[in-house]
Design a protein around this ligand. Structure first.
Ligand code: GLP
Length: 243
């Protein structure tokens, strides 16, 4: 695991965009695993700017998103489907047929989990998986628990996650209580992982995930077992790490 310190959010975003830029330049037909949340917005903006400058081509790229709320329409502005269109897909030359996100409208948990896992198998592996991290150490929507759940599944969101995500909704009652997420093994199968994190409120999660014991109580800690992880964290997010 290589941890790079960024000065601040903008610096983190630029450094992360550099890595995605390099990945797409080196392998134009790569599969990118993508993430949502506040953290990657600056990175996506940076990639869109480079696309507008004619420096990056997404025409052969395939994407697979980590997660999606269950029971939410793609037209809902808080859906991750909507987010991806808003921040990246509608702004670059990606072929929409090559973008994949769990289907939040499919209420059949077993069918949707199996379908998405099959989609990922058919893609033949993710070249680079982008991750953010939750304040409780969750990756994707793999919440702290007693075990690492391997494959795509439906989760009950932790109270703290519902609380953290309520800022995007009109009220806490509107925040979905469940989500589909890639499992831990699904994430760990990616050839490379790029985790980005910013802000002091993530400093505990960062210290525990990258310097503590590997445990499903801190899902991000499993990344210590992956052979090719790059973490780009700003100073505030690294503030509780051992020096
Ligand atoms: C969300 C998403 C994660 C994301 C994390 C952090 O709930 N499911 O994929 O990495 O929580 O989000 P943010 O970047 O907004 O802090």
């Amino acid at each position: 695991m290589r941890i790079y310190e960024a000065k601040d959010y903008d610096d983190m975003s630029r450094k992360a965009a550099n890595i995605i830029f390099a990945q797409v330049t080196m392998k134009p037909d790569c599969t990118l695993g993508l993430a949502t949340g506040s953290t990657p917005i600056g990175m996506y903006q940076n990639l869109v700017e480079r696309y507008n400058a004619g420096d990056i081509d997404f025409s052969e790229v395939t994407t697979a998103n980590l997660d999606e709320y269950r029971g939410i329409e793609p037209t809902n502005e808080q859906s991750y489907y909507y987010f991806m269109n808003e921040h990246l897909f509608s702004k670059v030359n990606i072929d929409k047929n090559n973008t994949n996100i769990p289907d939040g409208t499919n209420m059949d948990v077993e069918a949707e989990s199996a379908r998405y896992e099959q989609v990922l198998r058919t893609l033949g592996g993710v070249d680079m998986q982008l991750l953010g991290i939750g304040r409780n150490g969750h990756i994707g929507f793999n919440e702290p628990g007693e075990e690492f759940v391997k494959e795509t599944h439906c989760v009950d969101l932790a109270e703290s996650t519902i609380e953290a995500n309520k800022r995007f909704f009109d009220s806490i009652d509107d925040v979905p209580k469940q989500a589909y997420t890639m499992g831990i093994q699904t994430i760990m199968k990616a050839k490379k992982i790029l985790l980005i994190v910013s802000g002091e409120d993530k400093a505990d999660a960062v210290a525990k995930s990258f310097f503590g014991p590997v445990t499903p109580k801190v899902p991000g800690s499993i990344l210590q077992m992956h052979q090719d992880v790059i973490v780009i964290a700003d100073r505030a997010a690294l503030s509780k790490c051992p020096r």
